[in-house]
Design a binder for this molecule. Structure first.
Ligand SMILES: N[C@@H](CCC(=O)N[C@@H](CS)C(=O)NCC(=O)O)C(=O)O
Length: 338
């Protein structure tokens, strides 16, 4: 247990950010491709489909940025990263942005020197166990073997939770979700713990999802969102306001289906500013007037992206919950487009 926890801490403390200050927007434009860091595969969030095409809730962020900046949602090089490799990939400049269910924490911002541009999914850490284990609370897991991804907040929270409850566990460290799934289904660990959204996504791919239960405890806050390097605020603004454009579009009823019509006919001044028919917001970002129209058209507004990839009509079946718009009692809230 100690070894894995120390490793997790070292991953955070030991990285130094060397690469790349300003200029990412120009680099992306010159390259004609966005290098977007994603997971190695988590269905619903980021995974290649049967044709090798990357799909998912985090993938949609990459495609929206590419549409806004490069006028082409397919101009993305998806770079698979693990919990451990993701921060080096971003710090070194191998990727322009990381969109990979990554939790916004103090040390990742201040110490690793990354800018989280927003939150696209408010999550928390949960536990999955086989029904046959007969456990109904995480507090009953004393002595359990736990599959846990290294380099994550998950391993740090797990240590905190077990220590606070005065119970013990044996970690089974794994690097990718695929490995976790395999180990868990093979019985190499009694429990799989990660972000609750990741558990739902993983369980949905099982042959018999009903044989596994998610325990009631959510032991942490995991605000997940895209991040860029410190020191390039212009690029941070592009990524931040692309995400905000998707969020605001949902709030204002702009969808992938009606975006062109709304741009042409709206009487709502904020819709007009958002869609570039009024004002110069695109120009301020170093883009053209149609940037957000393309971002919204790429995969839909925030609500469409959610519904299509991870929502209640999908096998993953996640409710909006905290991720509802603020106007519906949730936490999804974009600052104004003005
Ligand atoms: N949100 C946590 C955990 C993120 C994480 O690594 N989650 C796993 C399990 S859902 C994952 O995305 N795996 C995909 C992969 O292995 O590439 C963090 O930022 O540390």
């Amino acid at each position: 247990m100690k070894k894995s926890v120390i490793l997790g801490a070292l991953t955070v403390a030991g990285l130094s950010v060397g690469a790349a200050a300003a200029g990412t927007l120009d680099d992306v434009k010159a390259r004609g491709k966005l290098n977007c860091g994603v997971t190695t595969g988590l269905v619903g969030f980021a995974a290649p489909d049967a044709n090798g095409e990357w799909k998912g809730f985090d993938v949609a962020v990459c495609r929206a940025i590419a549409a806004a900046v490069l006028n082409d949602p397919t101009a993305v090089e998806f770079v698979p990263t693990t919990g451990k490799t993701r921060f080096t990939a971003l710090a070194s400049g191998e990727i322009d942005v990381l969109a990979r269910n990554t939790t916004w924490t103090f040390s990742r911002d201040v110490d690793l020197k990354f800018t989280f541009v927003g939150v696209n999914y408010y999550d928390g850490q949960g536990f999955m166990v086989p029904k046959a284990l007969g456990v109904s609370s995480a507090k009953d897991l004393d002595g359990a073997t736990v599959c846990i991804q290294t380099g994550t907040t998950t391993e740090l929270n797990l240590a905190d939770f077990f220590r606070a409850n005065n119970i013990n566990y044996e970690p089974v460290p794994i690097e990718t979700n695929a490995e976790a799934q395999q180990q868990y289904l093979a019985g190499a660990c009694d429990v799989y713990t990660t972000d609750a959204s990741g558990l739902a996504a993983t369980r949905a791919t099982f042959e018999a999802p009903g044989d596994h239960v998610l325990l009631p405890e959510i032991i942490s806050k995991e605000p997940l969102g895209p991040l860029v390097r410190h020191g390039d605020d212009e690029w941070g603004d592009v990524v931040r306001w692309t995400l905000n454009a998707l969020i605001t579009a949902e709030e204002l009823g702009v969808t992938s289906a009606n975006v062109n019509e709304m741009a042409a006919n709206t009487g709502n001044p904020e819709v007009a500013r958002l869609l570039g028919t009024e004002g110069t917001l695109g120009e301020m970002l170093g883009l053209d007037a149609e940037w957000s129209k393309r971002a919204i058209a790429a995969g839909g507004n925030y609500g469409e992206v959610f519904a299509k990839n991870i929502g209640e009509e999908t096998p993953i079946g996640l409710a909006r919950g905290l991720n509802a718009q603020w106007t519906d009692g949730g936490l999804i809230y974009s600052p104004p487009f003005r």
